[in-house]
Design a protein around this ligand. Structure first.
Ligand SMILES: [Zn+2]
Length: 142
């Protein structure tokens, strides 16, 4: 896939920095409310469920399921021309109920992406050192 460096850069703020800092360590961590336990993705300063401003960032397994997806056929910008068609997926993570992560499944043909497909985390690093959580299809559960 085209690497992010060709298209944009990551500019974390105080709320999103813990996610990107964890990615640099190749740890998938999503924000969780310390009071009611609800995951918040994308992260936010306050919990939409209980109003708490407290949160922690538990380490996740990276296993999940495709909740939804689309196949992109038209390159919105020239650097993507070599990549179309490609998938954009919404992943439900096994150990972060209620949170969904937008990503891509690597090394899978467009016709082979499906809702309910099991996936596992696959770290992908751009030339400028941004580490992105992407996924690969799981064919046999352990
Ligand atoms: Zn809460």
């Amino acid at each position: 896939m085209t690497m992010l460096a060709d298209l944009a850069s990551i500019a974390p703020d105080a709320t999103t920095a813990p996610f990107w800092d964890a990615c640099r360590r190749r740890e998938l961590r999503l924000q969780r409310c310390s009071d009611c336990g609800a995951f918040r993705q994308p992260p936010s300063p306050g919990c939409p469920h209980c109003g708490s401003a407290r949160g922690d960032w538990p380490l996740l397994s990276g296993r999940g399921t495709v909740f939804s997806f689309t196949i992109v056929h038209h390159a919105a910008v020239p650097p993507l021309a070599a990549d179309v068609p490609y998938n954009v997926v919404v992943i439900e993570l096994d150990d972060a109920p209620g949170a969904r992560l937008i990503s891509n499944v690597l090394d899978v043909a467009p016709d082979d992406v499906s809702v309910g497909m099991r996936v596992d985390l696959a770290w992908d690093e751009t030339p400028d050192g941004v580490v992105l959580p992407r996924f690969r299809r799981v064919t046999a559960e352990r």
